[in-house]
Design a protein around this ligand. Structure first.
Ligand code: ADP
Ligand code: MG
Length: 150
């Protein structure tokens, strides 16, 4: 599948992409969020959650590892594995059960989970550039392709 590159001029554009994308998301789905610290992974997630009607705060789950949001159509689990030191923590933390039929999982630093991290339907890659960010969405499965923003 060919990736869709987008230029995001500012934070509002990142939030708008997330909101526009949100209506296309259906469980089960696994999305990897790739990019350096400050690339906008959590901001994009915040946009998705706003688009899905979540009114409250969206905290970066760097210390909690995962923040879960029970929404109308599915549960959204936002992982940040940056502080994962041993992939075995995956089992100890009981993360497997969050990858359920009614879950949409967004994962920052997915490689930190090693072989425990389930494969992605879509990878969103955020990079700094042109005074803003570039976002590349790559689908790896048919399900992922059907879930890309239009
Ligand atoms: P990450 O989760 O990738 O570490 P965050 O989303 O927490 O990054 O932080 C991204 C930072 O960059 C925030 O300060 C946000 O305001 C800013 N930002 C987000 N999107 C853009 C953009 N398109 N252009 C410029 N700055 C942005
Ligand atoms: Mg983050």
């Amino acid at each position: 599948f060919s990736p869709v590159p987008r230029f995001l001029a500012d934070e509002a554009a990142t939030l708008d992409l997330g909101a526009a994308w949100s209506s296309r998301l259906n469980a089960p789905l696994v999305i990897y969020l790739e990019g350096d610290l400050g690339a906008g992974k959590t901001t994009l997630t915040r946009g998705i959650l706003r688009g899905l009607g979540h009114q409250g705060a969206v905290k970066s789950p760097t210390y909690a590892i995962v923040e879960s949001y029970p929404l109308e159509r599915f549960a959204l689990h936002h992982f940040d594995l940056y502080r994962f030191s041993f992939p075995e923590e995956w089992e100890d933390a009981g993360l497997d059960e969050l990858f359920a039929a009614n879950s949409v999982c967004l994962i920052e630093w997915p490689q930190q989970g090693g072989e425990f991290t389930p494969p992605a339907d879509i990878t969103a890659t955020l990079t700094h550039g042109g005074g803003g960010r570039k976002c590349l969405l790559t689908a790896h499965t048919e399900r992922g392709r059907e879930s890309l923003p239009l």
